[in-house]
Write a protein that binds this ligand. Structure first.
Ligand SMILES: CCCCCCCCCCCCCCCCCCC/C=C/C(=O)SCCNC(=O)CCNC(=O)[C@H](O)C(C)(C)COP(=O)(O)OP(=O)(O)OC[C@H]1O[C@@H](n2cnc3c(N)ncnc32)[C@H](O)[C@@H]1OP(=O)(O)O
Ligand SMILES: Cc1cc2nc3c(=O)[nH]c(=O)nc-3n(C[C@H](O)[C@H](O)[C@H](O)COP(=O)(O)OP(=O)(O)OC[C@H]3O[C@@H](n4cnc5c(N)ncnc54)[C@H](O)[C@@H]3O)c2cc1C
Length: 558
């Protein structure tokens, strides 16, 4: 859970080579990387810039006389900063640098760069590299810094699958300007399943513990109840169980789309890139945020023991919440999706609704009302309505500011909170839709029934959560919202008997969970005592600090 120093080798270094190095280059590098004869990382972010890639400062200047690129770190803010595995473990990196050829700045490009000697592992001349120090979590990973002092690499170390620099300095452009961002898009495509997995771990601990913990009464005079029987506890945990499933289903779809994109790009077809970029930008943002919230609720649902490291939930939280920042800070990525949504609105206004992609076609179709009692399809129409409403409102605000003479960037900034709201609603619609589709495809009728209950819980919880939008224009009445509330409470109670099975079905072992509270055998109390006794402070009855500090203080006459 604390991460692995070689994680980025598998998660980004190898995928960057697969997607961006030419077949010829990969004959040299890929097998070596796969066999772990060389260990790499993905070095893009700098001390001064992470989000705004166009302003990366590390330069790779082509020297036509030697057919080499000269990598250089012009100032302190240009140091690479954050890459996982860079500090101590890697001897190679895919480095993203601003490429300059014949004095022309050609923007960020990826290069394979050797950092350390393959035998001694010592850093090479011209390279400054080290670890950036402890973090909130992920402390088994050596996130690092890296500087170059006019460090030379062969021309052929530019990753040349999609763009090239010929020996004479002729630049051959890629088929899409952002094709070099593929390693990021890949990780974003995988993040919904990854984060769903973190959420599932925290919920497994909290749900299991909630059936061991007895406290208080529901009907007086009876045995104290398992805390999972409280409606508030169910409300805290069960909607997140639904989300963990929903995120996983959505993630399967984005992973499939990424694989499709890779194949299509190789045939020169880049049409999926904008759609997938928009989709994964929104999905990574919503999923990481809701996962962090869900894990924190799971911790609180374990009361005082949730705060102990024996629960292990704090570590899961620390790792998961990193996802709100890495692979694109969440607000920044929501605004990327918003660009796509605004463009879609502009297309509709221009009478080109027919050109809209399937995920945004609903923006052009108005619905007057819904009959929620007819079932999940009607909820989908309600989600479409609120997303459409907010997308149009935010877009109109932006377009109006533009029309009034504001500069594009200023108008954008003044509309940005509303735009991020639209992006979230659009993404939550997508999550609900994929959840619905995935449940419909389940063949086993008993499994389908339980997952359908979770789906119902999800859509009622979500609609209630976005109720202000639906009430704003009178789309939903307050009596419809009462119906949604009743349904929510109905499904909380219905799911209760299956709650433990739902989390057990994720099949985390005790070794994976590392949680005293979430043990499979439920022997929480004995093991909490054993865990406490094993605390380093309990190695001796009297600590050295007693002689050193306590006694002088207690014996002082002052
Ligand atoms: C088995 C597989 C496992 C897979 C991995 C699973 C991971 C799951 C987690 C669980 C496992 C835990 C294990 C541990 C893993 C830990 C991993 C952490 C690793 C972290 C790595 C990093 O963080 S790497 C650095 C990431 N950095 C960023 O994300 C930077 C964010 N910024 C950007 O991406 C960009 O700068 C930008 C998109 C914000 C803006 O780009 P730019 O300025 O160039 O563009 P514009 O804004 O001007 O837009 C122009 C135009 O381009 C379009 N566009 C931008 N990007 C793309 C793209 N990628 N694709 C397509 N199109 C793009 C943009 O939309 C604009 O279009 P318009 O039409 O003009 O609107
Ligand atoms: C655990 C972890 C692992 C990482 N691993 C790697 C790695 O392996 N390789 C690598 O290269 N990098 C890595 N990073 C770096 C990471 O990708 C960046 O930190 C991330 O992309 C955010 O960029 P930033 O730090 O520049 O944030 P900033 O952009 O400085 O964000 C600060 C604030 O400014 C806001 N902001 C910035 N731009 C805008 C805008 N245009 N509009 C509105 N608001 C804006 C943000 O929303 C945020 O609130 C890692 C980071 C972490 C935490």
């Amino acid at each position: 859970m604390e991460g692995h120093p070689l994680a980025l080798h598998d998660v980004m270094f190898i995928p960057a080579l697969v997607a961006q190095a030419s077949d010829e280059q990969n004959k040299k590098w890929l097998r070596r990387a796969q066999r772990r004869e060389i260990v790499g990382c993905y070095a893009q972010t700098e001390l001064g810039h992470g989000s705004n890639l166009r302003k990366l400062e590390t330069t790779a200047t082509y020297d036509v006389s030697t057919q080499e690129f000269v990598l250089h770190t012009p100032q302190i803010t240009s140091l690479k900063w954050w890459p996982g595995g860079l500090g101590k473990s890697s001897n190679y990196a895919v480095v993203v640098a601003n490429m300059i050829v014949k004095e022309k700045h050609l923007g960020p490009h990826s290069f394979l760069v050797q950092l350390r000697d393959e035998i001694t592992h010592q850093s090479l001349k011209g390279i400054t590299v080290g670890d950036i120090g402890p973090k909130l979590s992920f402390n088994a990973i050596d996130n690092g810094f890296l500087g170059f002092d006019n460090y030379r690499i062969p021309r052929t170390n530019l990753l040349m699958r999609h763009s090239r620099v010929e020996p004479d300095g002729t630049y051959v452009k890629p088929p899409h300007a952002k094709i070099n961002y593929s390693a990021m898009v890949r990780v974003r495509s995988h993040m919904a399943t990854g984060q769903g997995n973190f959420l599932a771990q925290a919920l497994t601990i909290a749900v299991r513990y909630s059936t061991v913990r007895r406290q208080g009464f529901i009907e007086s005079g009876e045995q104290e109840v398992k805390v999972l029987d409280y409606q508030t506890q169910q409300h805290r945990l069960f909607p997140s169980i639904a989300k963990a499933y929903a995120f996983t289903f959505a993630g399967y779809e984005t992973i499939r789309l990424y694989e499709q994109l890779l194949k299509e790009v190789d045939t020169g077809n880049v049409s999926l890139m904008a759609d997938l970029h928009a989709l994964t930008s929104g999905l990574k943002s919503v999923v990481t945020h809701q996962t962090a919230q869900g894990i924190e609720q799971a911790r609180m649902a374990c009361g005082g023991h949730g705060y102990s490291q024996a629960s292990y939930i704090s570590e899961i939280f620390g790792v998961a919440v990193g996802g709100c920042t890495y692979e694109g800070e969440n607000m920044v990525m929501l605004l990327q999706l918003a660009r796509y949504l605004v463009k879609s609105v502009e297309q509709i206004k221009a009478g080109e609704s027919g050109k809209l992609g399937p995920l945004v076609a609903y923006l052009a179709v108005k619905v007057d009302g819904v009959d929620l009692e007819k079932g999940v399809e009607e909820y989908m129409k309600a989600f479409q309505h609120v997303s459409r409403l907010q997308t149009w409102k935010a877009s109109e605000k932006f377009l109006k500011l533009l029309k009034s003479g504001e500069k594009r960037e200023v108008a954008w900034n003044k509309s940005s909170v509303e735009l991020t709201r639209a992006s979230r609603l659009h993404t939550r619609l997508y999550i609900a839709e994929t959840f619905k589709r995935s449940v419909q495809e389940v063949a086993d009728p008993r499994l389908k029934e339980v997952l359908t209950d979770l789906l119902h819980l999800h859509v009622n919880y979500e609609l209630l959560d976005m109720a202000t939008y639906a009430l704003e224009d009178g789309f939903l009445s307050s009596s419809q919202l009462d119906y949604v509330r009743d349904q929510l409470y109905f499904y909380l109670a219905k799911i209760r008997p299956n709650a433990v099975s739902l989390v057990d079905s994720w099949e985390f072992s005790d070794m994976q969970l590392r949680s005293v509270l979430g043990r499979r055998d439920g022997n929480v109390y004995e093991n909490l005592v054993a865990w406490a006794k094993a605390s380093p402070l309990n190695k001796t009855d009297v600590l050295p600090s007693v002689e050193k500090y306590l006694k002088p203080m207690m014996n002082s006459k002052l």
